[in-house]
Design a protein around this ligand. Structure first.
Ligand code: 4AD
Ligand code: MG
Length: 479
């Protein structure tokens, strides 16, 4: 079935040419002698207009055409009389490949709430909004691989089923082949995981970092880009139980190199979106502008494309955690609005609303916070000489808060071992990781970019469940 994608046809002036297109009906306008059908095949935001003259397309065919139906259209490309389109197709033949009953098809040509579309996630690709988000997501995936490939990084597939808890936060999904209704037990009455397929308890990975470190300490610069899983029971607009993470890891690099790479990468990706997703970003921007019209003027957000350019024009502010806490302590809580916060004390983690305060109100640009207290960060981070902080870095973005978390890694065997003991990490589970610090250890650094947080920023969407095709969150996994 030879077909031309609508995106390839929209600009064509080859009037008189016979073409075949296939897609799904967005709308149909009927009159006695002619029907106008807007057809979309996902290749672009725009629809192709099909003109179905009653003389050529019998009524028993057009009667079966409703929003959501799939069609094969063979016809002649003709100049369009309509505004905003170069051409249209004068249908010679229409096959209704799949009907959609208008009394039951839930996606009608009107504005649906995001909540309604989440409940109809199996069909939401059919909307203009999710078409746009899906295309932007694809371009961002491609741009990430291109960014690293152009810089000589190798892509590493890290395992999804693993025995390690890379972040030490204990937020893991267990994976087992045992029958947990009736599990084999040890003499102490515990579940006997030695009888499991892997011979031990395993879980879905929370991060590919530790494996990326193994590779970086041979290949010099690598990155992983895979699904990661967190069994945290958080029902927020920024957390998913299954999300995709990009984790570069670079040997012979320190925290400053790491910050430079993070800033370069984020700017590259934003620029790539502006260059390659113009039509979809304009659509997303218009959608936000329509929503903003309902709000008072001072609560309206910056137009999407302006916001993306704003990131490109500014160097990210780089400050230490200690400086950040001092700024927060010295700023007056704004009782009226969003940033009505409790003043932080040194040692506490920085809440996301405080991160946003620093970015949106104080510095008015992206911020990188470094040198966090060691007690709120993972065991593998390089310990600073003050014995209190580690060479960590979080990149904070407007609207999002933390978009990247990373660090220079502790490359010294003794110091790493001491930290593992202090944090009660069973050291026998870490022998493979520790070996890299025994043999040819070097300074190295890396970070993790949450892909869906990037997508939130680029699309201007506000709920993370709307920027991944099949969001996994508490009680969500129907399909
Ligand atoms: O800060 P995190 O937990 O860091 C790591 O996993 C490191 N191993 C990364 C590294 O150094 N290689 O997660 C990194 C990023 C966060 O900044 C955030 O953007 C995203 O992953 N993230 C989530 N995104 C969606 N849902 C969740 N539950 C997320 N948890 C983290
Ligand atoms: Mg983090």
């Amino acid at each position: 079935m030879k077909r031309i994608r609508i995106s390839e046809l929209l600009e064509s002036k080859e009037f008189g040419k016979e073409v075949t297109i296939m897609g799904w009906v967005k709308t149909i306008r009927r009159s006695k002698n002619v029907s106008f059908i807007a057809l979309n095949d996902g290749s672009c935001l725009k629809n192709m207009q099909i003109v179905a003259d009653a003389e050529k397309i019998p009524a028993d065919v057009t009667e079966r055409i409703h929003t959501g139906a799939a069609l094969k259209v063979v016809g002649e490309l003709v100049e369009s009389q309509g505004k905003g389109q170069i051409n249209e197709i004068q249908a010679g033949n229409i096959d209704v490949l799949g009907e959609a009953d208008p009394d039951h098809f839930p996606i009608q040509p009107k504005r649906h709430s995001l909540e309604f579309l989440r409940e109809n996630a199996h069909l939401r690709f059919r909307t203009n909004l999710f078409g746009a988000i899906t295309r932007v997501r694809h371009h961002m995936i491609f741009a990430i691989h291109k960014f690293f490939n152009d810089r000589g990084f190798y892509n590493i597939h890290s395992p999804i089923v693993t025995g390690s808890d890379a972040e030490g936060a204990g937020e893991m999904f267990q994976v087992t082949t045992l029958d947990l209704q009736n599990p084999p037990k040890t003499e102490d009455g515990e579940i006997d995981f030695s009888k499991d397929f892997f011979g031990k308890a395993t879980n879905l990975t929370v991060s590919g970092q530790l494996e990326a470190e193994l590779a970086a300490l041979a290949m010099s610069q690598v990155y992983t880009f895979g699904p990661t899983f967190r069994a945290e029971n958080s029902n927020t607009s920024r957390h998913l139980a299954e999300f995709w993470m990009i984790e570069p890891e670079v040997a012979f690099a320190d925290i400053v190199d790491n910050m430079d790479l993070a800033e370069d990468m984020l700017k590259y990706l934003v620029q790539y979106a502006l260059d390659n997703c113009k039509e979809d970003l304009e659509f997303l921007q218009q959608r936000l502008a329509n929503e903003d019209k309902q709000k008072p003027e001072n609560e309206r957000s910056m137009p999407l494309i302006e916001k993306l350019n704003f990131v490109l024009e500014n160097n990210f502010e780089r400050i230490t955690y200690t400086d950040a806490i001092n700024i927060l302590k010295n700023s007056k809580p704004n009782k009226k609005k969003k940033f009505n916060y409790v003043i932080e004390e040194w040692g506490a983690d920085i809440q996301s609303e405080h991160e946003r305060y620093l970015v949106e109100k104080h510095f008015k640009k992206p911020v990188i916070i470094t040198d966090y207290p060691k007690n709120i960060k993972a065991f593998y981070m390089k310990q600073n000489d003050d014995d209190k902080t580690v060479a960590a870095m979080d990149v904070l973005f407007p609207q999002i808060g933390e978009i990247i978390g990373g660090s220079q890694r502790e490359e010294n065997y003794d110091k790493l071992m001491k930290r593992i003991k202090e944090m009660n990490i069973p050291e026998e589970t870490m022998w493979w990781f520790l070996d890299t610090r025994k043999y040819g250890t070097v300074p190295h650094a890396g970070f993790g970019l949450g892909f869906e947080r990037l997508m939130l920023f680029v699309t201007g969407m506000t709920n993370i469940r709307d920027v991944i095709p099949f969001p996994r969150f508490p009680k969500s996994a129907e399909f």
